[in-house]
Design a binder for this molecule. Structure first.
Ligand code: KIV
Ligand code: ZN
Length: 513
């Protein structure tokens, strides 16, 4: 009989601490809904005390999501815990996750507290958290570099005070699998009442060992893993959810646990997070990389054709890869379009949104004869922008680019409903277009990142562009897709400008915990 392994997703909290990966409230809700659909057990929706924007996003997710537990992070102080408690109040199932550092270096140099004071503070924190919910998680930050005796002492105290999940983070990604597993094994063996709580691990990937360390811990008794989609997270990231889930499932002969995850939702989740954060997925990334199921060598191809399992340990469709087959063309009707979206699990909020998406589909089908599932995903994500978030809209763009001449761009934008024209020279057609837009918008934002990805193969493929802009303490990502790279770039730039302009955008300094 398998035991449950709790999947605790922290894409919206630790994942969002990746530089430039901050998300708007609406984007966080979209990700949270996808995590719920994927049947993630616990969604760490943010750090309520970090900013009013974080608080609002957690509160909104707690209202929107019904099937997953919604959690907020909080430092071990009364104010943070109060904010977390208020933020998760609407949740059907809510959790407060409070933490304090326990390693000698963190206690002495960062907290400037003695070990006794740290234990006392942790116990108080559990008491405050328990006044909001009986689902309370305690993390010993930098446990991976803490003394085992001290961890035993503090964990014993917080369990007595009412913590229900004990998390052991390798905050700086310093541990090695056999050693981390041994730490977890000893903690479970030595801490009194260890059988009354769920043991959890939270591993960072500084040495590329986050997944290995997490899985090693599961083998010795950890029953919750904290992870993120695409392994996003502070510095080198966190353990990747898709790798943990598929390792446990594929090696059911080794792991005594099972997850509730609907694995067919993994690739859609990966694409959504990548598109929103502007963090591309490397092609050779396990499970969700574009090449994860591609066989290049003739010997491998021959083997797979003869018997798939000669070279494949998982099925691409089990993790949500579609066949990349031609799905629709310019003669497809609204019904076929709607049916294919439903098959892809894409639900549009209203007939109006569906009609707008269908109009865009027809436009695309005129330019690009073969429309693939990936095109539909990009097309629909464009439609998610609601009119009140579209202060700047592209009406027209024209670029002149010829050998030996400086590229020149002209654009016409709708700005809050009025038409404005701008033009500029630039180092290339995209640079000229951005400069032309800026003659109108005058945002003064700094361009931090510009990246282009082909959504499918072929020279008529749509290009998906991500633009990251910074202004003051705000960093936003914009996305745009089109068969014309310059237009995709303009759309992406305007999408980012709209976010900077939007009052819905949260204000948050990067850095987090
Ligand atoms: O890495 C870490 O220690 C954390 C804790 C707050 C759980 O993210
Ligand atoms: Zn972390």
């Amino acid at each position: 009989m398998k035991q449950p392994l709790v999947i605790f997703d922290t894409t919206l909290r630790d994942g969002e601490q990746s530089p430039g990966a901050s998300m708007t409230k609406e984007e966080k809700i979209r990700v949270a809904r996808q995590l719920e659909k994927m049947r993630v057990d616990v969604i760490e929706a943010g750090f309520a005390a970090a900013s009013p924007g974080d608080f609002d996003a957690i509160h909104a997710i707690a209202q929107a999501v019904k099937e997953s537990t919604i959690c907020s992070l909080a430092r071990a102080n009364e104010n943070d815990i109060g904010r977390a408690g208020e933020a998760i109040r609407p949740a059907q199932s809510g959790r407060i996750h409070t933490f304090i550092a326990t390693s000698p270096i963190h206690m002495e140099k960062k907290l400037r507290m003695t070990p006794d004071q740290v234990v006392e503070q942790a116990v108080k924190a559990i008491g405050w958290a328990r006044s909001y919910t009986d689902n309370v998680e305690f993390s010993a930050e930098d446990a991976g570099r803490s003394e085992l005796d001290f961890l035993c002492r503090i964990f014993e105290a917080v369990i007595k005070a009412g913590a229900t999940t004990i998390n052991v983070p390798d905050t700086v990604g310093y541990n090695i699998p056999y050693q981390f597993a041994e730490t977890i094994r000893q903690l479970i063996e030595r801490v009194p009442n260890s059988d009354k709580v769920v043991w959890s691990v939270h591993c960072h990937n500084d040495l590329g060992l986050a997944v290995a360390n997490s899985l090693g811990a599961v083998l010795v008794g950890a029953r919750q893993v904290e992870c993120t989609i695409n392994g996003l997270g502070e510095r080198a990231g966190n353990a990747s959810l898709e790798e943990i889930v598929m390792a446990v499932r594929t090696r059911a002969d080794v792991f005594p646990v099972e997850t509730r995850i609907d694995t067919t939702q993994i690739v859609p989740a990966s694409k959504l997070v990548s598109q929103i954060t502007g963090y591309p997925v490397q092609p050779n990334k396990a499970i969700v990389g574009a090449n994860a199921f591609a066989h290049e060598s003739g010997i491998h191809q021959d083997g797979v054709l003869k018997h798939r399992e000669t070279y494949e340990i998982m099925r691409a469709q089990d993790v949500g890869w579609s066949q990349n087959k031609l799905v629709l063309g310019k003669h497809s009707g609204r019904n076929a379009f709607k049916t294919r979206l439903a098959e892809l699990g894409i639900e549009l909020d209203s007939d109006e949104v569906l009609n707008a998406a269908f109009a865009r589909f027809k436009e695309l089908a005129d330019k690009k004869h073969e429309i693939f599932d990936e095109d539909l995903h990009a097309l629909v994500s464009d439609e998610v922008v609601t009119p009140d978030q579209e202060h700047y809209k592209l009406i027209y763009s024209h670029v002149c680019s010829e050998t030996g001449e400086m590229p020149h761009a002209q654009v016409v934008l709708s700005v809050g409903g009025s038409e404005c024209k701008g033009e500029a020279d630039g180092g290339g057609p995209v640079d000229a277009t951005f400069k032309a837009i800026e003659t109108i918008a005058g945002s003064g934002a700094e361009l931090l990142l510009y990246s282009v990805n082909a959504i499918t193969t072929g020279t008529d493929a749509q290009g998906e562009v991500t633009t990251r802009l910074a202004k003051g303490d705000r960093i936003v990502n914009g996305n745009g897709a089109d068969t014309d790279i310059v237009i995709a770039s303009a759309k992406s730039y305007l999408n980012a400008l709209n976010k900077l302009h939007s009052s819905l955008e949260k204000v948050k300094a990067q850095g987090g915990v």
